[in-house]
Structures are given as C-alpha cells and as structure tokens.
Design a protein around this ligand. Structure first.
Ligand code: SAH
Length: 416
C-alpha cells in the first residue's frame, strides 16, 4: 500500500490523540499488524491504537486516498456514498467496496469514525443530550433540539420545514474559564477534529431518526480556538451531510484575531458572540479571557464580520441575578450595541442554568427580572431578542454539566 497514505494516517492519528505521547510509535506498531487481526478488531469495534477517520473527508479527498492506495478513483465515490449516504459505521460494513480494499483500509489504520452514544438523556421538552466517549477516553456531549415552529415562518426564508438543531462541541473541555460555565470548570483537554464534530451531528440524527436542519457550535469548548477543524467540519456538514450554509451558527466568547480570520472565509454562518456584560470591567469579572480582548476591539471585529460576510451577528447574554441583569445593564447594553454595531442586532438572553460548584457565586434570575431586562432592551429600536427557553434543565444538562456528572459516576463505579 502507498506509504503516503500510511504517513497521512500516522500524522492525523498523532493530532487526534496528542494526549498520548507515544501515539506515533503506537501507530507504527499498529501498522505492522496482520490484515486478519486488524479486520477482526474493526469487526468487534475494539479500538486500542490510533487510526485515521474517513468521516470529514470530501469525495475528492476519498478519491485521492483510493488512488494513493492503488485503487481506481471511483472507489472514492463509493466510500463517500457508504459514509454519508448509507451511513455505514464501520469500514468492514462498506459493502460497496471489494473485501480486499476494505481489508487494505483497515490495515492502513482507517476507520469511519462513527461513535455511538454512551448515554442519552432525554428532557420532557423533547431535547436529548448525548454523551460520546472518544478513543482517548475523553467524554464529550452534543444536544439535539427539535423545534416545534415551522421553519423560518417569520422571515419566509427557505422551504417550510421543521427545525431540528444539533448543538455541537468543538473541544474536550475549554480553556476560556467563564466563571458560570460547567465546561470552563473542567479545564481544557484538547481540540476535537472534524470527524469528531461531524460524528456528533450524525449520532444525533440517528438518535432522533431525522436530519439536522441547523448546526450551532454552542456545545463544549471555544470554536475559534479550533478554527481549522471547525472549518473542516463545516465544509463536510454543508457539502457532504447536506446542511445549508445559512443554518450554521458559530458561537465565540471572542479570541483575538480569530473573528477576522473566520470572516475571510466568507461563510454564510451566523456569528454569535457571548457578551454577558455591557462594559469591560464586568465582562472581565465573568470572563477571565476578556482581559486580552477589550470590548471595543471585539465589537469592532463584529462590525467588520457583518460588513465582510453580509451576515448578522447575534449576541449571547447569560443573565446572572444581581450581577448583570438590572434594567441599567440592559440600557447600557442597548447603548453599547447601538454605538458599536448599529442596527440589525439580535440578542439571545440565557437565564443562567445553575452549575454545580458555581452556585455560591452565581444565581439564576427570576422570571420577572428576566422579563424586565428584556423589555428594557427591546425599547432600543433595531435590537431584536429571544429569551432562550431553558431546555434540558430538568436533566441537569446545561453546557458541560452532563459530562461532568457522567465522569463523576464513572469514577464512583471505578470505571476510570
Ligand atoms: N465558547 C463558546 C460556546 C459556549 S456555550 C462561547 O462562549 O460562545 C454557548 C453559550 O452558553 C455561551 O454564551 C455561554 O457563555 C453560555 N453558557 C454556558 N454555560 C451556561 C449556563 N450554565 N447557563 C447559561 N448560559 C451558559
């Protein structure tokens, strides 16, 4: 088999499993294994060595891979159909391919990269949160949110169909350490690769037995700290899985220079910026990383994103009782957005979902306080807003919480 394919596999495996210092050595050992023993492992889904995921690859990339492995180019299309059309989960199940090629793929360390949920938690409102255990042993979560309103009925955009949103994690843990966020409290472990992000959407589609209409990068992690892989996942979800480019939202707390980099790709995605405060001092108290990215620079980059892409920017604002939820805060936020971003702003208000360990410092605002804040903000013309329903709260499942309790449970039962 072609050496280039093997070394590409080794490099990708090294990136994916970089927590393991010996991943390259492990890959070489692995690559020397016999066809039979590796095929056996693939069949049994036993994974103990780094591999390369086919998930995330375009038809062109799969065609290139097939040729590099000495196969005719049309095997690329066959692999593409198997992965994204027939949704095969294992290389050995790609019946469109001859057995010898499947074995060759397995021997080269190729896997599809589909991972089934280790746990599914359902909330009475229809939201389901899935937990995915990665080969490195890390656990991530993704959330499926069925919408009950006709698709974009208000704007008349697109066909009328029902919304099903996949909320996707971009990292294992998060380095940004927002004081009220469960993921931030877990610390940062590593970036997810494109396959691991695409798998989240496909796993949710399997659980719900329906296709995702929207993807929001609002799960664990900071997408703009992992921009290359997020862009790759976006490409695949758009072109291969078939989710419209306008129906992506990338959420960020703000990473210096990254918004401009994202804008340069001119995606049709909505940028969602997590503001949480109308001034720099309060923002720094809630978001330690804000110190390195002053509010006026962040909003200047939002303005530029709007200009370059022609897409709107939305702002997320997690409401914390007694900290950022007064009418004065709402008025200051309205003035800030008017001055810095101009018309056409949308604000998403998120009443805080209590997080274990943060209840002494933060509190969820009352429905009345939330309503007062929303009314004050709405007095500003040009700002539209939604108050996020606290979905999944019943399942103790705000961002990062479920993973935390799953890992705790595993520890108690001696699993980790
Ligand atoms: N790193 C990205 C994605 C984070 S999750 C970002 O900061 O935008 C998406 C949103 O949920 C962010 O605005 C985040 O601050 C908010 N959030 C996190 N934990 C929350 C909680 N417990 N209650 C309410 N909102 C929360």
């Amino acid at each position: 088999m072609a050496l280039r394919a093997v070394s590409a596999a080794a490099a990708a495996a090294a990136t994916r499993c970089r927590d393991s210092p010996s991943s390259l050595a492990a890959f070489s050992r692995f690559a020397r294994r016999t066809v039979a023993s590796r095929a056996e492992e693939d069949r049994d889904a036993v994974v103990d060595a780094p591999t390369t995921s086919l998930l995330g690859m375009s038809e062109e990339a799969l065609t290139r891979l097939a040729r590099e492995m000495g196969e005719p180019g049309y095997r690329g299309k066959q692999m593409h159909d198997s992965i994204y059309g027939m949704r095969k989960a294992r290389v050995v199940d790609m019946a469109l391919l001859p057995g010898a090629f499947r074995e060759k793929l397995v021997r080269a360390g190729m896997e599809i990269g589909r991972v089934a949920p280790a746990d599914v938690v359902s909330s009475p409102d229809g939201t389901k949160k899935i937990l995915l255990e990665l080969r490195c042993g890390s656990v991530i979560e993704a959330v499926g949110i069925p919408g009950d309103v006709p698709w974009d009925a208000a704007s008349g955009d697109g066909p009328r169909r029902r919304r099903f949103t996949a909320c996707v994690s971009s990292q294992v843990g998060c380095a940004m350490r927002c004081s009220f966020c469960a993921t931030g409290r877990q610390g940062y472990k590593r970036n997810l690769d494109a396959a691991e992000m695409v798998n989240q959407v496909m796993a949710l589609e399997d659980v719900f037995q329906r296709r995702a209409t929207n993807v929001v990068m609002m799960g664990m992690g900071e997408p703009l700290m992992n921009l290359g892989n997020v862009l790759e996942a976006h490409r695949c979800l758009n072109a291969d899985v078939g989710i419209g480019g306008r129906y992506f939202t990338i959420s960020t707390v703000g990473v210096p220079n990254a918004i401009a980099k994202l804008a340069a790709h001119k995606l049709q995605a909505t940028l969602a910026v997590s503001l949480h405060a109308p001034n720099q001092a309060l923002r720094e108290r809630l978001i330690p990383s804000a110190k390195a990215y002053p509010l006026d620079a962040l909003l200047r980059d939002c303005r530029a994103y709007k200009k370059v892409t022609g897409r709107r920017v939305t702002f997320e604002y997690t409401l914390l009782a007694g900290e950022n939820d007064s009418v004065e805060h709402a008025e200051a936020l309205a003035a800030l957005l008017r001055r810095n971003v101009g018309g056409g702003c949308h604000v998403n208000l998120l009443p805080w979902n209590p997080v274990r360990g943060a209840e002494e410092t933060h509190a969820r605002p009352s429905a009345k306080a939330t309503r007062r804040f929303a009314e004050a903000l709405e007095r500003e013309r040009g700002i539209t807003l939604t108050v996020r329903k606290t979905r999944g709260l019943e399942a103790d499942a705000a961002c990062g919480q479920l993973t935390g309790s799953f890992v705790r449970k595993r520890r108690v039962s001696g699993g980790v």
